[in-house]
Design a binder for this molecule. Structure first.
Ligand code: ADP
Ligand code: MG
Length: 264
């Protein structure tokens, strides 16, 4: 897929808290090219999470337009928007949000089952996606039997299992130590190199520097938008940026993973 996977124009979002009105997004214009690796930086409370939620259609906007993978999200009914998200988008959160009583493979297959995939197909897809993120040996483990880095890899697999074209990651390394965070960043970098579009919210300048382009949000506005360096620009030949990993996180890393079937 070429061209823009995301176009946002004049996006505004306010929160009403009874006595107070908070302007969380104050006129956002943003285009993201298919295959881009974009980081979103900014101080706490600047609107990063609101931006991700509004661009992905998890939250309603008050003004403007958001087009993702060819659909104007705010013209879709709730049911169609949910289906569009399931078909085109994956989500990774700081808190992993895994279901504690389900095994790794059950966590990954759950969204597929909810989207109507048959159990046999969902199980195979979940298992192969866990293999792709280096967790083929942890299919039956429950979240509390996995390290933080492994839990976030399960969450990455869950985001990828539906073969999305864009993945939204909100501070995905915020609960991880530096070395484990580097392993998760490596994984996101590899997925980007295999064609996935990744939008990553991070506080960490060093992690933003590992992406291709970085925007800075302040008071609900984009105040800076610049190439951040090490990942190649769209259209140039991909390369992988390697961050340091602990031995713990290196086991089964997806160095030999197959080509990601993203962008379709
Ligand atoms: N559900 C909500 N209700 C009221 N205010 C909110 C809500 N979510 C976020 N806000 C406010 O919107 C602003 C942006 O928040 P957020 O997008 O979470 O920032 P960030 O992710 O950059 O820390 C903040 O002032 C926050 O307090
Ligand atoms: Mg946030």
């Amino acid at each position: 897929m070429t061209g823009d996977i995301l176009t946002a124009r004049g996006v505004r979002k306010k929160y009403n808290t009874g006595s107070d009105v908070v302007t969380a997004l104050d006129g956002i214009d943003l285009s993201v090219r298919s295959g881009e690796f974009l980081s979103v930086m900014g101080p706490s409370g600047s609107g990063k999470t609101t931006l991700l939620n509004c661009l992905s259609g998890l939250d309603q906007i008050d003004e403007g337009q958001v087009v993702v993978a060819g659909a104007d999200l705010n013209l879709l009914s709730d049911a169609k928007r949910t289906r569009h998200r399931a078909q085109h988008m994956g989500f990774i959160f700081q808190a992993f949000n895994l279901i504690p009583v389900l095994s790794a493979v059950e966590n990954v297959e759950l969204p597929l089952l909810l989207a109507g995939t048959s159990p046999g197909v969902a199980r195979k897809a979940a298992a192969s996606t866990l293999e792709r993120v280096g967790l083929g040996h942890r299919l039956q483990h429950r979240p509390n039997e996995l390290s933080g880095g492994e839990q976030q890899r399960v969450a990455v697999a869950r985001a990828l299992a539906g073969r999305p074209s864009i993945v939204w990651a909100d501070e995905p390394t915020g609960n991880l130590d530096t070395e484990t965070a580097a392993g998760v960043m490596d994984l996101l970098g590899e997925l980007h190199c295999q064609g996935l579009t990744v939008v990553l919210v991070t506080h960490d300048r060093a992690l933003a520097a590992l992406t291709q382009r970085s925007i800075v949000v302040r008071d609900g506005r984009i105040v800076s938008d610049a190439a951040s360096g090490v990942h190649p620009a769209p259209g140039s030949s991909p390369g992988v940026v390697r961050a340091q990993r602990l031995p713990d996180d290196t086991a089964g890393a997806p160095d030999t993973a197959g080509t990601l079937e993203a962008g379709q």
